[in-house]
Design a protein around this ligand. Structure first.
Ligand SMILES: C[S@@+](CC[C@H](N)C(=O)[O-])C[C@H]1O[C@@H](n2cnc3c(N)ncnc32)[C@H](O)[C@@H]1O
Length: 275
């Protein structure tokens, strides 16, 4: 379960703005699994509403989808009812999986790790538990893909984060820096094989560009940074946005704070294999 996000409440709004970024990269990585792609069994760890599973079902053999939140699991099961027999849903923690040792060909985990209650100063022990569990269930040579965000992407890849600097800092502190992630993967039995940042995709799709988006709860529900905004800071941020709008400066504000995103992207897919 997320340590700060109420996904039971959010599951209804999540798909309204959220899009699976980098699925073409993930599919390309999974194609290096120990069996042909169309026979692979893949774990979607923290599947949420199942958007990544939905994108992969046309390519892989079978998907085991795991999440702890009942609302997210129900939304995923409803959305993917058409794929019955090729996808199974499990209410489970990602660090205590209901699978035997060395039985899966691939594991993907997309934008989940920053929800773990963890401690950067202790070397991210909760991240390590999850990766050790992935190493346990993967076959030797099995593929792991991790969709995460680099510190740079979190600093410069989201135009609205400067409206809520304290929340943006708090979110960034929850993300393991990439160089530290590579070390953790190595410690947990994985060989890092590459990292890819799709620069032409945004996690909220076209709605990301809506300059008035943050004024709507539905829009804010598509990015967990907004759950880290303290009550009075939310009023402050929204009134700043309205003032920029009244002065005709909102579009310029968005363009200025979005200038680097097209070069660095918003998410990074880390690709590794089980040694
Ligand atoms: C930001 S959502 C991402 C959902 C999906 N992977 C996607 O990218 O669309 C994070 C998901 O991780 C799940 N989650 C967080 N911690 C978890 C844990 N320890 N075990 C299982 N699921 C977890 C949450 O319930 C939520 O559905």
């Amino acid at each position: 379960m997320s340590s700060y996000e109420n996904y039971t409440h959010k599951s209804g709004n999540y798909d309204r703005t959220r899009e699976p970024v980098g699925t073409e990269v993930i599919i390309g990585c999974l194609a290096h699994a120990p069996v042909p792609l169309d026979r692979t069994v893949i774990l979607d760890a923290g599947c949420g509403t199942g958007s990544y599973s939905e994108a992969l079902l046309g390519y892989v053999g079978r998907i085991e989808a795991v999440d702890l939140n009942p609302g997210m699991l129900e939304a995923a099961a409803r959305k993917l009812a058409w794929a019955e027999g090729r996808i199974s849903f499990h209410s489970s923690r990602i660090d205590e999986l209901p699978f035997e040792e060395a039985t899966l060909d691939g594991v993907m985990i997309n934008q989940v790790l920053h929800h773990l209650p963890d401690d950067a100063s202790e070397g991210f022990p909760a991240h390590r538990l999850a990766f050790r569990e992935f190493a346990r269930v993967l076959k030797p040579g099995g593929i792991l893909t991790v969709s995460t965000c680099s510190q740079e992407q979190l600093r410069h890849g989201y135009w609205h984060y400067p409206l809520i600097p304290e929340a943006a800092d708090a979110l960034r502190n929850r993300y393991v820096p990439l160089d530290e992630l590579f070390e953790i993967l190595d410690d947990c039995g994985f060989a890092h094989r590459g990292s890819f940042a799709p620069v032409d995709a945004t996690v909220q799709g076209e709605s990301y560009f809506d300059p008035r988006g943050p004024l709507n709860q539905e829009w804010r529900d598509g990015d967990s940074v907004w759950s880290l905004v303290a009550g009075d800071r939310l009023d402050h941020a929204l009134s700043r946005l309205r003032k920029l709008d009244e002065r005709g400066e909102l579009e310029t504000y968005v363009a200025r704070n979005d200038a680097l995103r097209g070069h660095i992207g918003q998410a990074t897919i880390v690709y590794a294999s089980r040694r």
